[in-house]
Design a protein around this ligand. Structure first.
Ligand code: ADP
Ligand code: MG
Ligand code: MG
Length: 883
């Protein structure tokens, strides 16, 4: 096995393809060297050494020492410098580099090889004693901190004392002699802390640093980072050792970072910053304000500090050319690190640059236009989840922000409006054409209509999975939840925040992207859905196999989803329709009726309302498939809960409060999630399902006439576990269909199918498929019933599970492939064994999660269905899954 790979002087033993072996940094250094770019020579110790190190009780392969010695000789032959040489000493940096960039690893050590003797040589050679001793003290401080584990606070204290003693304000005031004094104090501090002197031997320094890089792979920060980003511990890190070049050798030297295109807008313009007479991380550390690289950027920024283009035109011209070479070579926007030593340019790093969602779209589309990549590659380059940022208005980054409170960024986008404290007010004002922000302590299902009417939602209690947060995300409304420092007073209709009291009608802005609550109206940027976004979507649509539908029950949602490209409705939850306006009254009347007769009377009032809902949905969807789920939740959800509510409802309905309370109590269940719900309701009260079926079929006839596009409704029976359950309900649906056909004199095409959301249903899918013409995987419930956990209660322990490494991801967010996913696969196979052409879809929250969508593609589902604002994400993710 070869453990060490060298690079430099136009040659390298590895290349960019060796990322797994050499780490990202090492592989790209090798690649740049092979391209003939000016890269200080060096070598990379492979990730396999890291694995060996941990497999062998933290020891190295026997050959390593000799290979490192040979590699150092290689650097010596190219630079004419050697470790510890009293005339021309070699100094190196020791850099860590995993396959994926990983903060949390050991920091880079610069200037390694300096000691009491070599520092003098460097001083002589550079003719700059101050530079030499400044470098030496930096080295001692850095090495002691990251390799020897001596707290850097000690060094800062010494430096502060020295400055105070000599009356200096800033580091640059210190002379060479001052630094010598500081160095003496540093060294004695190290000796005092460690019981041995600061290592003077460059070899010893080097092995100390190499050991520190490998050890840092298993430090707590790195382990946490890997867990959060799903990086396996087995990958290991590489160590790159590279000859130093100095950006801090006076006014003709500099160091900087640059992106080959603008990382926030995507514009094809080099964008970067540099500092004259500085080393390494001074640019990002923010000690001095960096200068712009190009003259154009300097002018745009209104900076009076000269650009690199102006101060070092030759190095700048060479850098421009290299940036272009690298971008073409890697066919992606690059993030570059460089140093200029006395006018000579050196490249120290290249990698694909991080970018905003907007920039990612622009860069992908433009690179495809330039022929650098193809459309499929362009589609693969976009992170689907990042599209969420683009679909909502956002606060203009240049706007002034008067922040009065901060909560959780529960649903992206920003919105401005008048404060209202009740859903009723929200609806009333909205009807007058005013824009409102609904402010509640928390929201409940009764607030749905208010949330719909509002531009944005603000709650003072509740987390990222609170009712407000979940519903707002589903609606695509900006939401800030749990803004605990705000006090809401419903009685006086005021909200107190940061010492100011705001009344109903006052204007606020909520920023669901940051969680900020702002006073007044703030300028916004509107989403741009055409242009680059539209182009990528067009390419994605050409590539994907699965259809993308939406979960929607209101016309507003359906319209929005349709405009985002939804190809039908995968889930229309009818219960939401019963909360609105006077419907809830008829619904309660139905629930309170003692007889079937009484229930039918109340249901007759609901029928026209349901029918008109469906007509509207069918018309919006213009012949695209619409799946309607029969009533699912337990009836008690429709009844008032508190005594005050009971009294109010009783008087409104003209019924006895006791009677209402009795019925509420009778309907109470210990585990409503596992209770009298789903098809169980339709079996106990078939008249409910019959009313709904009638509304669906009559609406289909009507909408078909109105639009000329025949409607084929898909009637979905929830929570089926037994084939007999579906048989029973289907018989009722079919009977109603026959009646409506008869009455209308038109043949109605429709499908009857079921949700697969119980493990039993998945296991008996071949039987259920005898009756079901489609399956829709209700993975929210299926996750609950497979794990035996309730989503509403799980938040408290799932986060503990994640922290303790029991589970990696919340199974309600990303499908549990091994358990729930296995059931989905099994049900798909068994369902197809009975009915090869059975339509298969998914309608849980997972339908909008890219990882889960990839699974759906693999399982061969026909479509995914997700909330309207996730439709573009799903279109892109489905395309990526198909490539
Ligand atoms: P990070 O991964 O944190 O960026 P790097 O290993 O890239 O760490 O190094 C940190 C800084 O030190 C960068 O600015 C880099 O350009 C600089 N640097 C690294 N090696 C050398 C070297 N041999 N000569 C000069 N500067 C270097
Ligand atoms: Mg770097
Ligand atoms: Mg369900």
């Amino acid at each position: 096995v070869k453990w060490v790979y060298t690079f430099g002087d136009g040659k390298a033993e590895g290349s960019a393809g060796d990322r797994n072996l050499l780490g990202g940094k090492g592989a790209n250094l090798a690649e740049m060297a092979s391209l003939g770019l000016p890269v200080p020579p060096g070598f990379t110790i492979t990730t396999e050494v890291c694995s060996y190190y941990y497999d062998h009780d933290r020891s190295y392969p026997i050959e390593l020492e000799a290979e490192v010695r040979k590699a150092l000789a290689h650097i010596a032959s190219l630079t004419g410098r050697a470790f510890g040489d009293p005339a021309k000493p070699l100094l190196v940096s020791v850099r860590s580099g995993a396959r994926a960039s990983m903060p949390g690893m050991m920091d880079t050590v610069l200037n390694l090889g300096l000691n009491d003797e070599t520092v003098e040589a460097i001083a002589r050679e550079s003719g700059d004693e101050r530079f030499a001793y400044d470098s030496y003290r930096r080295f001692i401080q850095m090495y002691s901190d990251v390799v020897l584990g001596v707290d850097h606070a000690f060094f800062e204290e010494i430096l502060d004392d020295t400055k105070a003693n000599f009356g200096h304000d800033v580091d640059t005031d210190l002379t060479a002699d001052d630094w010598k004094g500081v160095i003496a104090l540093y060294k004695s501090k190290v000796e005092e802390e460690l019981g041995e002197p600061f290592p003077q031997s460059p070899e010893k320094q080097l092995w100390g640093a190499i050991g520190a890089v490998f050890s840092s792979w298993m430090n707590a920060r790195a382990i946490t980072y890997r867990r959060l980003h799903n990086i396996p511990a087995a990958w290991g890190t590489a160590v790159s050792v590279q000859a130093m070049v100095f950006g801090n050798m006076g006014e003709t030297s500099a160091t900087g970072v640059a992106f080959t295109r603008n990382p926030s807008t995507g514009e094809k313009k080099l964008y970067g910053e540099f500092l004259v007479n500085a080393q390494g991380e001074d640019v990002v550390a923010g000690i001095r304000t960096p200068q712009n690289i190009t003259e154009e950027a300097r002018i745009a920024a209104g900076s009076d500090k000269p650009s690199l283009e102006k101060v070092m035109p030759d190095a700048f011209a060479q850098f421009l050319k290299i940036a272009d070479t690298l971008e073409r070579h890697y066919r992606d926007m690059q993030d570059l690190e460089f140093t200029i030593e006395r006018g000579k340019l050196w490249m120290l790093q290249t990698r694909s640059g991080k970018r905003t969602a907007k920039a990612a779209l622009k860069i992908a589309v433009e690179m495809a236009g330039e022929g650098l990549i193809g459309p499929e590659e362009a589609v693969l380059r976009i992170d689907p989840a990042s599209l969420d940022q683009l679909l909502h208005p956002t606060i203009d980054p240049k706007a002034e922000r008067n922040i009065i409170g901060i909560g959780l960024p529960a649903s992206p986008g920003a919105a401005t409006g008048e404060i209202v404290f009740s859903s009723e007010d929200a609806e009333t004002l909205k009807a007058e054409g005013r824009k409102v922000i609904l402010v509640r302590v928390e929201t409940s299902p009764e607030d749905i209509h208010g949330m719909h009417a509002a531009e944005g939602i603000l709650t003072t209690r509740g987390g990222m999975t609170s009712h407000a947060a979940v519903v707002a995300r589903g609606m695509g409304k900006p939401c800030v939840s749990g803004a605990g420092s705000l006090r809401v007073d419903y009685r006086n209709e005021t909200m107190t925040a940061a010492g100011v009291t705001l009344k109903k009608g006052d204007i606020i802005t909520v920023d669901g992207g940051t969680g900020q609550v702002l006073r007044g109206k703030v300028p916004m940027l509107q989403p741009e859905l055409s242009g680059d976004f539209g182009r990528i979507m067009e390419w994605a649509d050409k590539t994907r196999r699965m259809k993308v539908r939406t979960n929607a029950e209101t016309p507003a949602d359906a319209r929005m989803a349709h405009s985002f490209g939804a190809e039908g409705i995968g889930l229309c939850r009818t219960e939401h329709m019963f909360f609105e306006g006077e419907r809830i009254v008829a619904m309660r009347e139905m629930i309170l009726a003692d007889t079937e007769e009484g229930r039918r009377t109340a249901l007759a009032k609901l029928l026209p309302m349901q029918r008109s809902d469906f007509i509207e949905l069918f018309e919006i969807m213009k012949g695209l498939p619409v799946t309607i789920r029969l009533l699912d939740p337990p009836l008690h959800e429709f009844l008032p809960k508190t005594e005050a509510e009971i009294a109010e409802v009783a008087s409104a309905m003209g019924v006895d409060a006791d009677r209402l309370r009795e019925r509420t109590e009778a309907l109470h269940e210990f585990n409503p999630m596992l209770g009298h719900r789903g098809c169980r309701l339709a079996i106990s009260y078939p008249e409910i399902a019959e009313m709904q079926a009638r509304a669906i079929f009559e609406a289909a006839v009507e909408a078909g006439k109105n639009t000329g596009a025949p409607v084929v409704p898909e009637v979905m029976v929830p929570l089926v576990g037994l084939k007999e359950e579906l048989d029973f309900v289907k018989a009722r649906i079919d009977a109603v269909a026959a009646e409506v056909t008869e009455e209308a004199g038109i043949k109605i095409d429709y499908l009857v199918g079921t949700m697969i959301e119980l493990p039993r249903a998945a296991i008996r899918a071949h039987e259920i498929a005898e009756a079901a013409e489609f399956f829709s995987f209700g993975t929210n419930d299926l996750t609950q019933t497979t794990f035996g956990i309730s989503r509403d209660d799980a938040a408290s322990f799932l986060s503990v599970y994640q922290r303790k490494g029991i589970i990696e991801r919340d199974p309600f967010v990303s499908l549990d492939l091994d358990g729930v996913g296995e059931l989905v696969k099994l049900a798909a196979e068994r369902g197809r064994s009975t009915r090869p052409a059975i339509k298969l879809g998914i309608c849980g929250e997972h339908g909008g999660d890219p990882a889960s969508i990839a699974f759906c593609e693999e399982t061969g589902l026909d479509y995914v269905s997700c909330s309207p604002f996730r439709v573009p994400i799903a279109r892109l993710a489905a395309a990526q899954a198909a490539i």
